[in-house]
Ligand binder design. Sequence first.
Ligand SMILES: [Cu+2]
Length: 507
Amino acid sequence: MRYQISKGLFGALIIYEAQGDIHNKLGPFEDQPERKTISVVDRIMTIPTMVTNAFCLPDGSKLPIQFTSHYQLLVNGVKLTTNVQESSGNESHKHNYYIVGGKNYRSRIICATMGTVFVISIDHHKMHVMAVDEYPVKPFETDFLIMHVGEVFDFILKSKKDLLPGTNYPIKIQSLAVKCNNNSELAGRSFAFLVYTNKSHEIRPLTSENLIVQNDRCNNKSNPCTIMNCPFKIMPTDYSGPGTYLKCYDVLSLELLYSTPYFKISTSDDIAREYFFNLEGVKPKYSIINGVAFLSHDVPVLQRNGANQCTCPFNTATRFVISSINEGQPGGENLTHPIHMHSYTFFVAKIVYPEYYENGTVKAANKDLSMSQCGPPEWRNGAPEGISVTSTTIRKSTVMVPASGYVVIHFFEDNPGYWLMHCHTDWHLNDGMAIAIGENPERASTPPELMNTNTKDFCFSVKTFIGKCNSLRALYFYKISTTTTRGPMGGLKPEVYHYILLSLTLI
Ligand SMILES: [Cu+2]
C-alpha cells in the first residue's frame, strides 16, 4: 500500500450511525454523502536531503517529510486549484459544492493524506463539528478545523439565506506547515468552492463578482477565531501574524452526543494495566517505539511469537500512555504523530503539551515522564492529576500525539486477536512505528485458510482480482438490499448498517 493512497487506491466508506434520533438532537440537516464528502489526499515529492527543514509546524516541530513545488492536495481524487479566482466562469468546476440557502448540510472530511496535516475553513461560514471518527458529538462551532492523517470529522454547515444563485465562497484547504524561518509563509494552500443555487438548481454564471473572499476573518481581539483539533496548546503568534487572533482547542473540548453506558466506560479506577510507548525518531532509526522498530514479516503475526507485541488479557480496561519525547537524544526529532489503533476505539483521557516560549514554539518537553534509553518510559512522580473518562468523554480511533508531549488513552479489550497500533504517517508506519496488540491471542478466531500462507504468496492476478471484486460487489448489494429497513416514521431502524459507498463523484 505504500504511497498508493495518493495515486487513488482508496475510497470512502460511509456508515450511518445506528441512533435513529440524531435529528431530534441536532435538528434537520441534509445528508448527501455522495455529494458533500471531502476526502483529502496529498502528493509529495521528496527533495535532496541537503535541503532539509525548509518547512516546520508553527510550534517549531519537524515534519515527517519536506515539501517541494510538486506538492499537491487532491479532493476525491481530483487536484485542487491553488488559484482562488479559478472558479470564476467555471460552472463545471469539479470542486464546486452546491447548496441551497436556509438549509443545514452535513459534510464529512476524511484525512487520507500520507503526511500532511491540513487546516480547512470556509470563508464567511462556520463549521459545526458534529461527529469525530464516527462518534456523534455535541455541536462545536469553529472557524478552522485541523485534520491529522487518518482522522474523520463531520460538520454541519448552516447556509445563508437570500443570496443570489451563483454566489460562491472559497473552501480553503491549507497545510498547517509553514516555512521554518518565516511562519507566515504556508507550505501549500488549495481551494474548493461553496456555490449557492436556488431550489431549481439554477445558478448565475460564476464570475469574480460572485466570489466572496474573506481576508479579515480573525481581527477581533475580544472574539478570536476558533481552531479545533490543534496539535499545540496555543497557536504560535508568528503563524497568525499581527492583528490576527486565534484560539486553539483540542478534542477534549468535544463531548459525545450519546453517552457511553456506565459499564462500557473505562475510568481510571477500572484500569488493570498501564503501558507506556514512546514514539522515537532517533538516529540511526527514525521511526521506532521504545527503541524497537516493527518489521514486516512474511508470516502472519498470529503464527509467530516475537517482540513488539503487547499482550493484554480479555475484558479488562487498559491504559496506554503514548508520548513523543526525544529531548536530549542524539538527532532526536521533535514530531507530532497521529496514532491509529485497529479493532478498538479508545477514550481520550488526557492530552499533555510541552512547555512553550511566549511566541508558542516548543521550549522543553513535558516532564511528567521519565524516559528510558531503551525501553518504555514511566511516570516520574506517579500518574498526574486530570486523567479522566466520563460518559461523554470523546472516543476515537486516531489521536494526535503532540510533539514533546503525550496522550493517555483508555480502552476495553473485548476483541481477542492481534491488532496493529501505528503512526498513520506513511513513512513512519513503513519504517516500523507500530506495535501489535495481542489480546488473549489463544481466543482469537482462526484465520481463513487463504491467510495461512506465506504473505508473499498472497497475491492475485488482475483477472482473479476482478473476479473477486465482482463477487464482493454482489455481496455488498445483497447485504444492502436485505438489511436496509426503515422505521414507521421513515427514519432508519437502529442497529442497521445500511449504506455502503465504494466510490464518490461530485456533482
Ligand atoms: Cu509518526
